[in-house]
Design a protein around this ligand. Sequence first.
Ligand code: PRX
Length: 647
Amino acid sequence: MSDTVSVHPVPESWARTARVDAAGYEKLYGMSLADPGSFWLEQARRLDWIKRPEIAGDWSFDEADFRINWFADGKLNVAANCVDRHLAKRGDTIAIIWEPDAPDEEPRRFTYRQLHAEVCRLANVLKAQGVKKGDRVTIYMPMIPEAAFALLACARIGAIHSVVFGGFSPEALAGRITDCDSSVVITADEGRRGGKKVPLKTNVDAAAAHVSCLEKVIVVKATGGDIPMQEGRDLWYHEAAAEVPADCPIEPMGAEDPLFILYTSGSTGKPKGVLHSSGGYLLWASLTHELVFDYRPGQIYWCAADIGWVTGHSYIVYGPLANGGTTLMYEGVPNWPDASRIWQVVDRHKVEILYTAPTALRALMKEGDGYVTSTSRKSLRLLGSVGEPINPEAWRWYYDVVGEGRCPIVDTWWQTETGGQMITPLPGATPLKPGSATKPFPGVDPQVVDADGNVLHGATEGNLVIARSWPGQMRTVWGDHERFFQTYFSTYRGKYFTGDGCRRDEDGYYWITGRVDDVINVSGHRMGTAEVESALVLHPKVAEAAVVGMPHDIKGQGIYAYVTLNANCQADDALRAELIKWVRTEIGPIATPDALQFAPGLPKTRSGKIMRRILRKIAEGDVSSLGDTSTLADPSVVDDLVKNRVG
Ligand code: PRX
């Protein structure tokens, strides 16, 4: 293992100058586990508290006593931490640089002082619409600065935001608005991505038809596209903002008061509303951002995610702004107008730290090195990866071609549920192995367990669990605390189950091998197979569907759907195309099946359970080792499936 893996030692300059070096990491990590109470109260000093907490963690993962609290006696306001507290020292520092979709348009820049005014205005508009502490506000926005203002405006007045990715369909949006009973949506007339328009307001209108709780739609004029406004329900943001002052008092919040809900896919049923706290979450976002990126105010930092995902929440908005940083927000996509764009943006703004996903790297790598080498990238000093396992080829390309062998890569493993990075190198401390997320962040206590929950020691492989709570941990599933416990804490008693498999090598490095549940990771986005199946069976011609992941060169995993039709329905290419489009419309483009096979029957046990193991093997094209099929109710269905495999 490690003898065949190349190890990249910490560059001497990093070891010397970084906030944390190898010895520093060992010390921090040791302290964090030996005396978590003192360790976390000390770390909590990095935030600006209205009332400083005197208790750190108070938690139990056991069913009888199940609770998760951090800094519960503390009071703070998240927006004040991300904006107001920087005004005295850094009021004129750029907080947000916005790079538009079209390269010939001018970027926009906001100092902390301007950010303060923008956030206050939006907060006042929300208040004028009756939004109060604890109310839920849905944000369905393109990647424009107003999206960041909206998150912070909610935080300022104690409203709970629920951001829905702009690529989700009206149906998906409606479900999320209803689930958290949100009466206000903030959106834009249209979004722009890669030269194309996204009809956001029209999607909100379509969603509203299925929602009974929605009262107000606040619309930011982003493109000036012609959209209908509904009298009494819809208001233009610029008109409402002109009526309110640019100052708004902060709402004091308990550390455990909710900051946001973010829906994410699980292995069963509908998406879960992951709920994050104010104090613990912000501490985690801020501390990880500072140590993992060795961030210092003044550095230009770019997280190329969308604000609709947790990466955008923690590492475009909350982490960097809590740290007084300069965060770049990019409206567009990495490969438009061509595959040089991401590197041109780096050069244009002299980006020093870039954080992106392996799927983007693989797509750009395919286009050839010329698109990279035609740009300078001299400003880059650190590269980050997130969202899915990075294959060693993509890692080396990132390291050698993009970073010219000069920039360490932080491959950060974490989840929507964890709030921030969990297993990750620290650039001044951790020698790198391509493809490994390396070592746990201070406070993170990972274990590898077998299927029965036995803890495995040393170099081993199994399921990844986290044996103790950390401040950034999600607090519940919105509206379903029982589901929270069942999903994450019932599989292995007293431990948080990540849903990921992993290997730990002889140096204690973690290698995440991917999901072990029915969740697939498509281009770094989580998709529940059950969600795609539910969308398919809504079609009148579909009797049954089973969806599994399959390997995909660019996306990491693709979606492979097996569909059984109702009697007398004709399986043909036209219906295949229709069903693929149907899923796109029901959920959104990210759920588009890459392959769809008509299956007269699915492999089921005699008790009627679909044997997904077999379906996965067929989708992977690995039909020589299907294992024991004798327990199937009708083993002959497997031959048909193998014969008619698509792709
Ligand atoms: O399977 C892991 C994978 O992404 C899942 C979490 O997805 P999501 O909640 O959408 O959050 C994505 C952004 C953090 C994990 O369960 N994953 C994430 N980062 C990595 C990863 N797998 C391997 N290596 C990573 N660095």
